[in-house]
Design a protein around this ligand. Structure first.
Ligand SMILES: Nc1ccn([C@@H]2O[C@H](COP(=O)(O)OP(=O)(O)OP(=O)(O)O)[C@@H](O)[C@H]2O)c(=O)n1
Ligand SMILES: C[C@](O)(CO)[C@H](O)COP(=O)(O)O
Length: 381
């Protein structure tokens, strides 16, 4: 039985993707791009060594996503993909596997059939790569103007994995050091090695831009979206106005409470905390703490928002205020604007609604005001 190794190259900078978190460490459907690629090769059960190649400065990111996978220490890659693959092959040289499959970490949707086809082809071929036929009409263009149509017959889009007899690929990479070749098949072709093409899969695309990640997320059944709800009540006592969703509204009563008693922002704070399982407002801002006496509830909401942002993105929030008076309608736009400002959200993602309770219950008797809220967040870290 031949012994095969897998090399997962993840030492790129993801320049075309951009952003502060490199694309291979971006969350993807509850996992990460890199972890999904590695797990596809683990799940195949046909590999001895699985070697991941990373950038030195990504060590903490790698540990956070893959340290529990039981892999050997990652190999440190080079300036180009070619350099990174060669570094992994040199590391593997002392293990002398019969064959090696090289795979882009940036292709997290690789399927088991594609991996198996490349491996099976290696039984009779010295080199085999996954690829899909070019299906679109291909244009050559200069200055944005088409200057010709390329005959697409016989054209393929190379994917990974790309498989080789180990000794063949190591020798080819050593010979090609310093050149500028974008895949391992090109390195092998340079040495006159016949590279067999086997069927890849259209979904085994490379994550190059944000749009690719969104497409991958969609194919995997959606992002990690969570929702939280909040509910709060404050008593009305004689006063000169209420603060609701950050807006002061003149009124012959005020809301009674330790802080400014903004029932709308309190419900919303709890909704955000609930969405990430971070307890409730009372845990974060105990009424026994003098610091919060008369406090502007915007500080509570901003704190909850920062906890969510440490893990992901706030998608939308929705607050319903329950009272007979004051009338919310004339103040709604100002409330939406203030909540959006505190949450640093587009106002289009903020909703404030109101209802009476048909003069029923404590809100109907104007003894107090109640609020309920919900928040949706996308977890990314
Ligand atoms: N010096 C490099 C460059 C790329 N790669 C890896 O090779 C694969 C294919 O490269 P690509 O997707 O083009 O990644 P980047 O080089 O990161 O992207 P860009 O070209 O946009 O900077 C990726 O898994 C990438 O991490 C690598 O290991 N070492
Ligand atoms: C290896 C590869 O993914 C096959 O399509 C591709 O060649 C990588 O090229 P890039 O220039 O790094 O995008």
């Amino acid at each position: 039985m031949p012994r095969h190794a897998a090399v997962i190259v993840a030492a790129g900078t993801g320049e075309r993707f951009g952003g502060s978190l490199p694309k291979q460490y971006r969350p993807l459907a509850g996992s990460s791009v890199l972890r999904r690629s590695v797990e596809a090769f683990r799940a195949s059960g046909r590999f001895g060594d699985i070697v991941v190649v990373i950038r030195d400065e990504h060590r903490a990111l790698y540990d956070a996503t893959a340290s529990d996978l039981g892999l050997p220490d990652p190999v440190i890659g080079g300036a180009t993909r070619q350099d990174s693959v060669r570094a992994a092959l040199e590391w593997l040289a002392s293990h002398a596997p019969d064959g090696v499959l090289v795979h882009d970490a940036a292709r997290p949707l690789v399927d088991q059939d594609t991996i198996a086809r490349v491996l099976d082809a290696l039984e009779t071929a010295e080199a085999a790569i996954a690829a899909v036929p070019v299906v679109d009409t291909i244009k050559r263009a200069e200055g944005g103007i088409a200057s010709g149509t390329v005959d697409r017959s016989g054209l393929w889009q190379a994917q990974t994995p790309q498989g080789f007899r180990f000794a063949t690929l190591l020798a080819a990479h050593r010979a090609a050091a310093g050149e500028s070749l974008t895949d391992d098949a090109a390195v092998a072709e340079r040495q006159g090695i016949a590279v067999r093409i086997v069927e890849g899969h259209v979904d085994n695309f490379k994550i190059t831009t944000e749009a690719d990640l969104t497409r991958a997320e969609r194919l995997l059944g959606g992002a990690d979206i969570r929702t939280g709800t909040g509910f709060d009540v404050h008593r009305l006592v004689p006063g000169d106005g209420v603060i609701l969703c950050g807006v002061h509204i003149p009124h012959p009563f005020k809301l009674d409470g330790h802080s400014d008693a903004d029932v709308g922002l309190h419900a919303l704070t709890d909704a955000l905390l609930g969405a990430i399982g971070a307890g409730d407002i009372g845990q974060h801002f105990p009424p026994s703490d003098e610091r919060w006496r008369g406090a502007d509830s915007a500080a509570f909401l901003a704190h909850a928002a920062s906890l969510v942002r440490a893990r992901g993105t706030i998608l939308n929030v929705d607050v319903t205020l329950m009272c007979e008076r004051p009338k919310i309608g004339p103040n709604r736009a100002a409330m939406v604007a203030r909540v959006a400002e505190i949450l640093q959200l587009d106002p289009e993602r903020v909703s404030v609604k109101a209802t009476t309770t048909e003069r029923l219950g404590f809100t109907g008797r104007e003894e107090g005001i109640a609020a309920q809220a919900s928040a949706s967040v996308r977890i990314e870290r």
